[in-house]
Design a protein around this ligand. Structure first.
Ligand code: ADP
Length: 293
C-alpha cells in the first residue's frame, strides 16, 4: 500500500516537473520571439531612413535633370527607384509582421464605406490585370450594408495582398472579388464575434495555378512559397499571406482558402463589423482550410 502511494507521489512529482519545464520553455520562447520582433522592428526602421533618401534623389534625378542626363542614365535612375521601392515594401512588410507578432499593432477602427471599395480596388488593379490580359471585376452584392466598422488601411492591405497574388499567379481568365454580407456555417463561427455583429465576406477568386493541398498551411508561414525551388517562376518574399493572416486575426476575422490545382483559388476573408472599443485578439492566427470547390 505504502509502495503504491510512493509510486503515485513520484508520478505526480514527475508530472509537476514536466509541467514546470514546459512553462519555462514557453516563457523562454515568448521572450526570444519578443527579442526577434524588436530586433526586426529596429533594423527595419534604421534601413528605411537611408532608403528614403535614395528614393527621393533618384526621383529628383528623373524629374529635374534639365536634359543633362543621357537616356541610359535616366533609365538607370529609374532602376534605382524601382529597386528602392521593392526594398521599401519588403522592409515595411517585415516591420508590420514584427509589430503584429509582438502585439504592438493597434487596429484603428472607424466607419468605412463599402460602396467605395469596388472603385478603390479597380483603380488600383484594373491596369495591372489588363496588362496580363486578365478580366478584373469587383462585385458588391446588393445585400451588402453600406457601412462597416473596421481598420480600413489594414483591410485594404489584406485585400491588396490577396488580389496582387491572384493576378500574379493567373495567366488566363479572370480575377473577381465579391463583397457581401456573410453567411457562415457553424464551424466558421469560432470567429470571435458576438451575434449583434455583422460579418462581411470578401472573396478573391482567380482562375490561376491553384495551390496543392499539401502546401495550404506552409504558404501562410513567413518567407514560404508553394514553389520553394531556386528555379521558381515567380518572384516575391513569401510574406504577404503571413501578414494578411495575422492582420485578419487582429481584426477578429478568418481567412479561408479553397483551391484546385490548374483550376484556381479562392481566398475568402471574413471580417466582423467591429465596435470602436474592440480589443484585438492575441491568439495565434488559425488558417481555416476547406476542401476543393
Ligand atoms: P509571395 O506572393 O511574395 O510569394 P505570399 O505570402 O503572398 O508571398 O504567398 C505565398 C505563396 O502562396 C506564393 O509564393 C504562392 O506559392 C502561393 N499563392 C498565394 N496566392 C496564390 C494564388 N492566388 N494562386 C496560386 N498560388 C498562390
Amino acid at each position: 500500500m505504502q509502495e503504491q502511494r510512493n509510486h503515485a507521489q513520484a508520478k505526480t512529482a514527475e508530472a509537476e516537473e514536466a509541467r514546470a519545464e514546459m512553462q519555462l520553455y514557453a516563457e523562454q520562447l515568448k521572450v526570444s520571439s519578443q527579442y526577434k520582433s524588436e530586433f526586426l522592428a529596429n533594423m527595419s526602421h534604421e534601413l528605411r531612413t537611408p532608403l528614403n533618401s535614395m528614393l527621393v534623389f533618384s526621383q529628383f534625378l528623373k524629374e529635374n535633370n534639365n536634359h543633362t542626363l543621357t537616356d541610359d542614365e535616366l533609365l538607370y535612375a529609374g532602376y534605382i527607384q524601382n529597386s528602392g521601392n521593392d526594398l521599401l515594401s519588403l522592409i515595411n512588410d517585415i516591420l508590420d509582421l514584427s509589430k503584429v507578432e509582438s502585439g504592438k499593432m493597434e487596429p484603428n477602427i472607424d466607419a468605412i464605406n463599402l460602396s467605395e471599395m469596388p472603385q478603390i480596388m479597380e483603380q488600383h488593379f484594373s491596369e495591372l490585370a489588363a496588362r496580363k490580359g486578365l478580366e478584373f471585376a469587383v462585385i458588391l452584392h446588393p445585400d451588402t450594408p453600406n457601412l462597416m466598422f473596421t481598420d480600413e488601411q489594414r483591410l485594404q492591405q489584406i485585400l491588396k495582398n490577396l488580389i496582387s497574388n491572384a493576378i500574379k499567379f493567373t495567366t488566363i481568365g479572370k480575377v473577381e472579388i465579391t463583397i457581401r454580407k456573410a453567411v457562415l456555417s457553424a464551424e466558421h463561427l469560432e470567429m470571435q464575434i458576438d451575434n449583434s455583429n455583422e460579418v462581411i465576406s470578401f472573396a478573391v477568386r482567380d482562375t490561376g495555378l491553384g495551390i496543392p493541398k499539401d502546401k495550404y498551411e506552409l504558404i501562410f508561414e513567413s518567407f514560404q512559397q508553394a514553389d520553394g525551388t531556386i528555379e521558381r517562376n515567380y518572384g516575391g518574399t513569401g510574406l504577404g499571406l503571413s501578414i494578411s493572416n495575422q492582420l485578419t486575426t487582429l481584426l477578429g476575422g478568418s481567412l479561408l482558402l479553397e483551391s484546385e490545382l490548374g483550376v484556381g483559388s479562392i481566398f475568402t476573408l471574413y471580417l466582423p463589423s467591429l465596435s470602436s472599443d474592440f480589443e484585438p485578439f492575441e491568439a495565434a492566427p488559425t488558417v481555416e482550410i476547406l476542401s476543393s470547390p
